[in-house]
Design a protein around this ligand. Structure first.
Ligand SMILES: *Cc1c(COP(=O)(O)O)cnc(C)c1O
Length: 388
């Protein structure tokens, strides 16, 4: 019996392990200097001014929304083809969540659909306050168009770049925030680099940065410029607003800094594997990932789409056959608006047809730094057998 191949997994080197051990032997397990080192490494890589490390991308999305003053009665729009966290952050703030259907080629939020929905919303005075484009599979959304719409209709933009660290758009690193107010990364083990659990918010705006830092740690400040009235002494701090404990530990941050050293290597290998799949699978009745000329994906996912009218098996049968042969396929994503929670808010099947059609046909096949070429060959062979 051959080994189970997951759809994604981390790669931990001896240098990563040593970096973590160094922290365990140091004075600071949390709130120490490793956090700023990690933040500086990611900010420098992305060419952005500020970076705030937090406990997860979910926490990052939450405080990013709060830093933009998203509140009850406001509106947040995102893609239905994403993990639930991209939408939930709006709900945490009491905002109403709505979705914009995907482009059938990139599987990203479709900027033309966004434009149409904005025009209708403008007439009805219900424009969104925040739009969260998700760089699905690591391929950037068409940020130039989204930024233009954001300037015209005056909404804020938070990029959910959970899949996309190491990717590029129009020659710039994803996370540079040239087309957005903030960008968010995830460092969950299936993502491009990992800290176990972890996330980060990036921004070029100092005022957003100050707010993010405060929200990460209970809404507390020690900054004399921000303290109201007189300080009582050197122990003094003030809670200025309601924040959280969303801090990352130094143990996680040290792992993150060490992983950053190999980010380009990780992405180059993923790109190599993606191109290899393109060759191995080109003759099958499936649609392979399409790349927008402006985007250079980080290849978090490699999604194949079954051309069901040319196949004698169902989507579910193909998926189960792959799982039975030890190939850990997955499905990204169940359309968020069809989740019972979102259905209870009024959404239903049929609301976003491109996303739903995609969901009926999509399968994420394994792609990660340590995926062996012989395992990739086996996946291709099994797919050929299934479709023969
Ligand atoms: C993984 C993921 C998240 C959540 O990341 P966590 O770090 O697990 O909180 C959010 N959005 C997208 C698109 C993701 O893939």
């Amino acid at each position: 019996m051959s080994q189970f191949i997951p759809y994604g997994r981390q790669d931990i080197s001896q240098a990563d392990i040593d970096a973590v051990l160094d922290i365990l032997r140091s004075d600071w397990l949390t709130q120490g200097p490793a956090i700023e080192r990690f933040e500086a490494a990611v900010a420098a890589y992305c060419g952005v001014r500020y970076a705030v490390a937090v406990s997860s991308a979910t926490a990052a999305l939450h405080i990013a929304c709060l830093a933009l003053d998203l509140k009850e009665g406001d509106r947040l729009w995102t893609s239905p083809n994403t993990f639930v966290a991209s939408a939930n952050c709006g709900r945490y703030c009491g905002a109403t969540v709505d979705f914009v259907d995907i482009d059938p080629q990139t599987y990203n939020l479709n900027p033309s659909a966004l434009e149409q929905k904005l025009a209708v919303a403008a007439q009805q005075s219900c424009l969104p306050n925040v739009v969260v484009p998700v760089h699905f599979a690591g391929q950037s959304c068409e940020m130039n168009k989204i930024a233009e719409l954001s300037a015209f209709y005056r909404f804020r933009v938070i990029e959910d770049a959970s899949h996309a660290i190491g990717g590029r758009y129009q020659g710039r690193p994803i996370g540079c925030c040239s087309f957005s107010d903030m960008a968010v990364f995830s460092f969950h083990p299936v993502k491009i680099i990992t800290t176990g659990e972890g996330g980060m918010v990036l921004t070029n705006r100092e005022d957003f940065y100050e707010r993010l830092i405060r929200l990460r740690s209970h809404g507390i400040t020690r900054n004399p410029d921000l303290i109201q009235g007189e300080s009582d002494g050197s122990w003094y701090y003030q809670q200025l607003e309601l924040g959280f404990n969303y801090r990352m530990t130094d143990i996680q941050a040290a792992l993150g800094t060490s992983q950053m050293q190999r980010l380009d290597e990780f992405v180059a290998q993923r790109r190599f594997l993606a191109q290899r799949y393109d060759c191995l699978l080109h003759d099958l009745p499936i649609t392979l990932p399409w790349q927008h000329p402006d985007a250079k994906s980080s290849w978090h996912l490699y999604v194949i789409r079954l051309n069901l009218d040319k196949i004698r098996k169902t989507h579910r049968q193909v998926f189960e056959l792959l799982r039975q042969t030890g190939i850990g396929v997955n499905l990204h994503y169940i359309p968020v608006h069809t989740q019972p929670y979102y259905q209870s808010l009024g959404f239903q099947w049929g609301d976003f047809p491109n996303t739903e059609n995609y969901y009926q046909e999509a399968i994420s096949i394994p792609i990660y730094f340590g995926l062996k070429e012989i395992d990739q060959d086996r996946i291709a062979t099994v797919l050929h057998e299934i479709f023969s």
